[in-house]
Design a protein around this ligand. Sequence first.
Ligand code: NG1
Ligand code: ZN
Length: 537
Amino acid sequence: ETQIASLLKSSDLFPLPQSLKLSYGTAGFRGDATLLASTVHRVGILSSLRSLKLAPSTIGLMITASHNKVSDNGVKVSDPSGEMLSQEWEPFADQIANASSPQKLVSLIREFVEREEISIGDGGEGGEVWLGRDSRPSGEALLRAAEIGVSSVPGCVAVDLGVLTTPQLHWMVRAKNKGLKATEKAYFESLTTSFKCLIDLIPFNKSSGSKLVLDGANGVGGEKMEELLRGYLSNLAIEIRNTGRDGGVLNESVGADFVQKEKVVPLGFGVNDVGVRCVSFDGDADRLVYFYLSSGEKKIELLDGDKILSLFALFVKEQLNVLDDGCCRLGVVQTAYANGASTDYLKGLGLEVVFAKTGVKHLHEKAAEFDVGIYFEANGHGTILFSEDYVTLLVDKRKGLSEGSDECNAVSRLVAVSNLINQAVGDAISGLLLVEVVLRHMGWSVQKWNELYKDLPSRQVKVEVPDRTAVVTTSEETEALRPLGIQDAINGEIKKYRRGRAFIRPSGTEDVVRVYAEATTQEDADSLGDSVAQLVK
Ligand code: NG1
Ligand code: ZN
């Protein structure tokens, strides 16, 4: 009962604001930062319980609202492996986040603890939660709320890791639970070592030494990239803009989400950058997209998550071909937002392409079923997963190969990729480094890369509705089951266009219904998108 007392006492400090109704969604809880203290506090409690349940293991708690506006914030949980919180715990997260009073909250917790057989404060293993936050000004106070939540569960401690990118926190939690060095320095060193190894393995000195310009979205990603360049990779030519120090606002007309959705240059880029290879991170640096300006106008040529996926798939496949390794199951995972042309291209390479629901946890799960699984959302969130068995097999195989042979180099490249690319979640910094390596390896410019295939014109529309949950879709989100009849109406619109494709789904992170449309011309895609949006209104 003393346990309950400490929970009650700390919960009294963080009353639930009226009218707040939250759902864990595609990426944790998000909302206006001023309303989130109770939510974050409760997620702190949940993280402690998760750590006790899986004891001995460390859980991560990240305070971020990614690409959303600066006045928003949010919170998400990392499991010990660095993956997103197990979906089995999401209903509990929803329940406690919405509990109307401290008493109600405590009784929900008590019930859950009993059902899950979690032992609290009985002198057994303690719990540990690592906390990180992005650069949002509201982050510091919310982190304090999380700390109080974590330590109100007897036997649990919070460790404040300060300002980090989301993938850094996930990486560190994963490393910690594997018993490896889990500091930010270890993260940078791991990226640096594997990056240099891949550069050394480039067959001829095919340099694409031309400079790269990074749009840091005025967030934490630019800052961390600067740190990496300053301390570890000083001869990499990257110019960083939108660092947040020059008065720019987080995600406002900058960053990967803006660039991908609007298909125009971010602030700070213009005519002087025509032809230059550019890349944008999102607010917490778990996404990246490349782009370049082909004329003096604002419109860009976008190389989105699908194109990054295609580049990575080509490179991995090239190595597997050298090994003649027919027994490696290589697969790629996309969502309904993937451009139809990218799917055709990947299938044309003979790759197995599977589809998952929006939200990286869904893609991640499917990618993990392969020996090497590459997943990307069109918006630039993705990574490459290597199964542990397959990496072990590669390492063993290398022992029997003669140093410097093509096979040996191919194995070394694959192993280095598995160390470079974040195995926990999509990571803009490691994604950038891998793109740069592969372009140099191929001897390609960004323009040449863009020619892999030509995107079908597409359009995305957000529709504000009173209740987005009125829209219910099939598991791959390509068809709407509800409202009744709407899918027939959508199909009626699609039929009017050549290669038309469109779907609607409720956003998991914003109070909107999203519309996606694709067709052979931009006019058609726009018009299809607008007419489907009309059906939703
Ligand atoms: P929602 O709001 O559920 O569409 C958005 C992105 C997802 C994912 C999450 C998490 C689109 C269309 N949707 O989700 O892909 O990245 O945010 O950040 O880009
Ligand atoms: Zn993000």
